[in-house]
Design a binder for this molecule. Structure first.
Ligand code: PNS
Length: 165
């Protein structure tokens, strides 16, 4: 059975991420959603909160597992027995950074392949940063993120801002 990893910060998960995860789950026998725990990068949600929101959003997909990792993605993939990393591409603007990451990862471990999927057109503008900005300023998030994420964002922006200043 082929295992693929869908890595990301997922701060928070969006319907764009879920589209990629669902499509990966149709192709691969086992999909691990790897949530990056990065102590040096400020995130709105903790890794536990990000994982719980993802878990709720993928509960209808029996072959999808939510996990988190620290350190190099290729090392994590190897530990998990995954040969494939799945990334979503939204626009040409994503390409340069994704290309750089894919080649870096390939050099670190040539056995692991990065494969790209184009996002659905309707999510091509969507990002976690935009979602946070909309939430912070009271924008409408309907259809962009799961309902549980809307509720979690509501709670979060009322208790804490996006920055420490
Ligand atoms: O959702 P994001 O923030 O765009 O995801 C980026 C992610 C998690 C895929 C990337 O930051 C990553 O792989 N981090 C782990 C560290 C690593 O392996 N770095 C070397 C390749 S860039």
């Amino acid at each position: 059975m082929m295992t693929a990893i869908c890595p990301g910060s997922f701060d928070p998960v969006t319907n764009g991420h879920l589209d990629i995860i669902e499509r990966a789950a149709e192709i691969f026998g086992h999909v691990i959603v790897g949530v990056l725990k990065n102590p040096s990068k400020k995130s709105l949600f903790t890794v536990e909160e990000r994982s719980a929101l993802l878990q709720a959003a993928v509960s209808h997909l029996p072959n999808v597992e939510v996990d988190h990792f620290q350190g190099l993605l290729v090392d994590y993939a190897k530990r998990k027995g995954a040969r494939v990393i799945i990334k979503g591409l939204r626009a040409i603007s994503d390409f340069e950074y994704e290309f750089q990451m894919a080649l870096t990862n390939k050099r670190q471990n040539p056995e692991i392949e990065t494969m790209f999927m184009m996002t659905k057109n309707e999510y091509s503008f969507l990002s976690s940063s935009m979602v946070k900005e909309l939430a912070y300023f009271g924008g409408d998030l309907t259809g962009l993120v799961p309902d549980q994420v809307i509720a979690a964002l509501d709670r979060k922006v009322h208790t804490r801002g996006l920055s420490n200043d």
